[in-house]
Design a protein around this ligand. Sequence first.
Ligand code: G6P
Length: 477
Amino acid sequence: ALSAKHVREKQRLLVVANRLPVSATRKGESSWALELSAGGLVSALLGVRQFETRWIGWPGVNVQDDKGQKSLSSALEEKGFIPVFLDEETVDQYYNGYCNNVLWPLFHYIGLQQEDRLAATRSLQSQFSAYKRANRLFAEVVLSQYQDGDVVWCHDYHLMFLPKFLKEANSRMKLGWFLHTPFPSSEIYRTLPLRSELLKAVLTADLIGFHTYDYARHFVSACTRILGLEGTPEGVEDQGKLTRVAAALETDMVRSHIQKLRGRFAGRKVMLGVDRLDMIKGIPQKLLAFEKFLEESPEWQDKVLLVQIAVPTRTDVHEYQRLTSQVHEIVGRINGRFGTLGTVPIHHLDRSLEFHELCALYAITDVLLVTSLRDGMNLVSYEYVACQNTKKGVLILSEFAGAAQSLGAGAILINPWNISEVAASIEDALTMKEVERKERHRHNFMHVTTHTAQVWADTFVSELNDTIVEAELRTLR
Ligand code: G6P
């Protein structure tokens, strides 16, 4: 009884993100199967122990009937998750449209094809209204949950209006916002119509955080140039994040899987890519570099294998559909060119792996290839380093991933657009002497184990909690 009381008295942290870390499948009119997903944010929040955490977000399914909404809400609430229900039209305009077809490419410096860009421009107003409408719905749910003394932490580019709507309703709320993507150079950002409204809305938060110092600097210069404000970057500098991979390596399930994979890939070096199937990840560029390497180093053709896990995402967005076909075409060509009756050089999977399978795969991999064209941080590179204590494999890492600023010392940094450079780095990585691999791994492992996701979340939330909200300051004056 004592501990239950203790839990109730903990200060509460409301975490608001577009997507809840759980996927729900309907099993009947009012019954649901819930599957937890172990994203970086979930494991990060395990570190924020002094708070009782509640999640607020979209459950990722379209449920319009009252009965369905009620039953899903109660199934989720049992696990500390509060759903925000969005109808199909809003998901299309807000999530597929404004979030993933406008903000996402812009923040990652991805140029849309001219026809898509024009189409996006034409539907901009309606998508922007849907974006605001969705942010309002999130705000209503947060307000219905909020109790005095709670700390509210909003996440990512989906919810840039949320701080504003919440502060308008309650100026005393302690409110943070963290961006999990890059914030682009102000020269790129300023091409966004309605650019000021978004900046002003974010600025109502008490603490704003970015993965790297560069992103914070870009944000501040956008505020200076577009809004005429002055500022210094507040928040988080170069914070690494680590999921719970390292500990999992010790389990029997992972160990036996490692054995299996070792057997299956015996006699060949294993290279690995693990990405969401997203244009920011540079998957075609990675494949072209691998092809070039095989072309130039025929002695490696039957001695190396690239396993590419490409997790499908945002499959309703045209750009993502086009990318999928493009990737399949390139994989087919390379396997056709360099395969034999017994083997193919690329094992490509369009799906995610179970957690223990992924850990095992990281552990037996000789070279991890991260070729992001832009990437907020790139957790995969952290996860890989965490799993390499035995093998001391090599990380080839794009200089355009936020992680390059923290893992640069131990990784081979590459420009993913330079296919020849990447091909040469593959050769270097595969032939690197053990002494050098150990030394590089030591650097990265030290960083990854000290800059964990838990430390990152804990630092942000503590700093936010220590912030004196401006409305409080006014009453103090
Ligand atoms: C990125 C974003 C996250 C997003 C994730 C998966 O990491 O920063 O906010 O949740 O991708 O994308 P999805 O659209 O499937 O939620």
